[in-house]
Design a protein around this ligand. Sequence first.
Ligand code: NDP
Ligand code: MG
Length: 398
Amino acid sequence: MYLCIKYNIFTVTNQKRLAVLGATGSIGRQTLDIIGRYPERYRATVLSAGRRVDDLIALAEKFRPRLAVIGDEALLPRLRDALVPLGIRTSAGPQALKDCVTDDDIDMVVTATVGYSGLEPTLAAIGAGKDIALANKETLVVAGELVNKRLAASKSRIFPIDSEHSAVAQCLAGEDISHVKRLLITASGGPFRTWSAERIATAKAADALKHPNWSMGRKITIDSATMLNKAFELIEAHYLFGIEPSRIEAVVHPQSIVHSMVEFDDGAVKAQLGMPDMRLPIAYAIGEHTRLTGAANTLSLADFATLTFEKPDPERFPCLTLAHRALDARGNFACVMNAANEIAVEAFLNGRIGFNDIYRTIEATLAAVPFISNPGFEDYVASNDEARSRAAEYINSL
Ligand code: NDP
Ligand code: MG
């Protein structure tokens, strides 16, 4: 009996306690899959979502967090009625989404919300000294310099969930970063890789949502089709690894088996391979760059006899060029670019604009919003708001 109690105390205190933001989404659910399969290691103490309240209730019933948070305040009564009888606390709204990451019973925050909404909770987590498993790449795109400044003054660490950045981290394990020559960030090329420019111009949301290799949320799936997702990832790589932009490149690799590569100055190139299964990078991130046996599907290379690599085509995919323009310009450029893209992707998904109008909206918004060279937090908030308004105006004018 004594041993049994002691064992239980031992296992409970060794569970890592996670706040999963964006629990109802693609990354959120795959994170919960890991938590559910490895209960001796992980526990969800906080779950948050934007609007899918019934999905959040179902997840909270299963994972029994201490707290469930919904972004849309109008949905709080429904959440409360379902979860308070189970002893689960509830809250709602933008402030609650930030406050929920700072409590003492959180060891790590998994940021898996989509778009700009990830920034403030991530900054709150850094302020509270929490480690972060970062899926929300937009946080680093919008305000990478600010995030890194805040990180430098905090004990927080960021572990990337994005598969390319996880691959780079795995390639860098045990290496001296001063020997890195280039980061080669792989891209599937998306559903329009082989389409002509004329055909791309006619693409509809249903075409763009058919990603060849990955099943993801709708916004990132459209970003993959425009290849803005890859531009975001080049920016993300710069802020995560501190490699100068001229040494970070995108390489099209249609099979999505090589998740990225690092070239060293002795001529060696290291790659990380695996199935397109986000549970591997999620497990590697929440495990603070350690391996979790059985986390993801295993790769049978015989099934992928041919691995190919191509140069990306900036003519057909002009969004890709925005990465180096953003990293050259700095300031609020990428914040404005991101906001315009969010509005444009929504309009494209609703059938209001054409596929190429996404890039046009970004350009028009960048031209309309004043450049700020050294933004503080309030400038990012204001730039994001203004860019959304300008992008919406441009779309209305089309
Ligand atoms: P999904 O659209 O599947 O999920 C998004 C999640 O965020 C949902 O739980 C949603 O809640 C929540 N959410 C949306 N808006 C808000 C808001 N304003 N406030 C609070 N919560 C909100 O997205 P993904 O899981 O695909 O992507 C999440 C992030 O991870 C993105 O930044 C993406 O770029 C990145 N990523 C995703 C990959 C993938 O394989 N899916 C791969 C690499 C990176 P609800 O639905 O309840 O409204
Ligand atoms: Mg990625």
